[in-house]
Design a protein around this ligand. Structure first.
Ligand code: NAD
Length: 451
């Protein structure tokens, strides 16, 4: 059986040296990471093209650029985030001062998926480094060229006992999960999230689980339909729908359904052309297994447009389905592909109830001009995060922590939330020795000796 005890032993002794706790060390490491990425920008773009046929535009916008921005943001704010925080003390603690210190957990394990194979491996690593941890990163086996480029960036930027990449599939993950880490950050599917949490429990290791689910998108009767259609088409069909926060299905008010569907069709044409399968920049499905799984949903309901596939290239056209009910297979699991079922409602409270009866989604999107509808949906439905009058864009703000709730995950990251996720908050009370208040001691009424 493969064991990575040799690696965790080496990282543990490096961590014990205290080097990574120095702020200057972490800042230097983030700068090295940034330089390493910038040096291999072209290689990363080529790797993403080879693994997923990602266009250069998407590769930069949703993978490389976003990671470089996150590093710059962290470098700008790290000194402030890392400062000990002095907090108030109650009157019962008169004379004492309270402080909260952020300290690294130690060794972090980061397990990444294939859909944004660079971003979802690198972004958590930024938090792990910023907080002062050592880290082992396992990128996805389904995107081998990108994983190899990540390994090269890390190998040339860091010593192995500080940051290390281990490539491999499920057995590799399992072997890593048998080792004791001090923090596990997992991005992937709900079933594997459960496996990770069980493995973590054996060592009482805290976890962040960034999972998935079916993220609804509500289009209300007063929505700006042209804008809604374009923003939905963008969020759904980028990366061929293989985005954890992509709108999984639409709930549209019946009075505007037909107009909305027409707008959606023109938005898709505007973004991907008349024949998306011939568009050289259209992302493909990661592998045959996923292709077959998604293709099987194509005969659900009625097809409004799309439906074309290319088995050789593993591409599936942006496709919209109507006459869909909750009992259809496409509504039974996260689609994670370029198929968009459209359900309709007449009564918003009923739609809200239906959404609320499903597992808590990672994201929710709502298109409406009405403030009261916005408040109503926000208050009544539990979801990880989301947008009003947009899709997906909330995850690109470093000021908004990103994460799920319930079965879509636990914990959050991005910006300061990444630093906090990988830090333990150590609370320390600094007590005065100038006097000793007697009220907490037993037998105090008989008088305590002055010390
Ligand atoms: P996955 O769960 O199959 O794999 C994720 C990682 O876990 C990979 O590194 C893989 O090697 C490893 N793994 C797979 N099976 C394992 C097992 N049995 N034991 C231990 N490790 C195992 O997920 P995926 O298919 O790569 O990604 C798609 C899923 O991830 C979707 O559900 C999507 O919604 C979710 N996702 C979530 C986010 C988020 O930020 N919340 C982002 C991207 C993807």
């Amino acid at each position: 059986m493969v064991s990575y005890g040799w690696l965790t032993d080496r990282q543990r002794s490096f961590f014990a040296s205290g080097a990574t706790k120095e702020l200057s060390y972490r800042i230097d490491a983030l700068r090295r990471l940034k330089a390493g990425i910038q040096e291999r920008e072209r290689q990363l773009i080529n790797a993403l093209k080879a693994d997923l046929n990602k266009s250069e535009f998407e590769a930069y916008m949703a993978e490389i650029g976003i990671v470089l921005e996150e590093i710059s943001f962290t470098l700008k704010h790290l000194r402030t985030w890392a400062k000990p925080r002095k907090v108030r003390t109650p009157i019962t603690h008169f004379g004492a001062r309270g402080y909260i210190y952020s300290e690294p957990y130690g060794l972090a394990l980061i397990l990444a998926p294939w859909n944004y194979p660079f971003q979802l491996a690198a972004a958590p690593l930024i938090g792990a480094i910023a907080a002062g941890n050592c880290a082992v990163l396992k990128p996805s086996e389904l995107t081998p060229r990108t994983s190899e480029t990540i390994a090269e960036i890390i190998r040339t930027s860091f010593q192995e006992d500080y940051i290390s990449v281990i490539q491999g599939g499920i057995e590799t993950s399992e072997a890593l999960l048998r080792e004791k880490f001090d923090y596990i950050f997992f991005t992937g599917s709900v079933p594997v999230g459960k496996i990770v949490m069980i493995a973590a429990a054996k060592h009482l290791t805290p976890v962040t689980l960034e999972l998935g689910g079916k993220s609804p998108c509500i289009v209300h009767e007063d929505a700006n339909l042209k804008l809604a259609a374009r923003r939905i088409a963008w969020g759904k069909f980028m990366n061929a729908g293989q985005t954890c926060v992509a709108p999984d299905y639409i709930y549209v008010h019946q009075s505007i359904k037909e107009r909305f569907l027409r707008e959606l069709e023109s938005a898709v044409k505007e973004l991907y052309g008349e024949r998306p399968l011939l568009n050289p920049d259209y992302t493909r499905i990661v592998g045959r297994k996923h292709f077959d799984r998604i293709e099987a949903f194509l005969d659900n309901g009625t097809r409004v447009f799309g439906g074309g596939t290319d088995q050789e290239k593993l591409t599936i056209e942006p496709t919209v389905l109507t006459d869909i009910g909750w009992e259809d297979p496409v509504m039974q699991e996260e689609i994670f592909g370029p198929l968009l079922p459209v359900l309709e409602y007449g009564d918003l409270p009923e739609a809200i109830r239906e959404i609320g009866s499903q597992p808590k989604p990672l994201a929710l999107y709502l298109f409406t001009e009405s403030k009261s509808v916005q408040e109503d949906v926000r208050k009544k439905v539990s979801f990880g995060g989301g947008c009003i009058n947009d899709t997906v864009y909330h995850i690109t703000s470093p000021y908004l922590p990103f994460g799920g709730v319930g079965s879509s995950g636990m914990g959050a990251y991005h910006g300061q939330a990444s630093f906090d996720t990988f830090s333990h908050s150590k609370s320390v009370l600094k007590q005065t020795t100038r006097f000793d208040l007697p009220f907490r001691y037993p037998n105090r009424r008989n008088g305590l000796k002055q010390i």
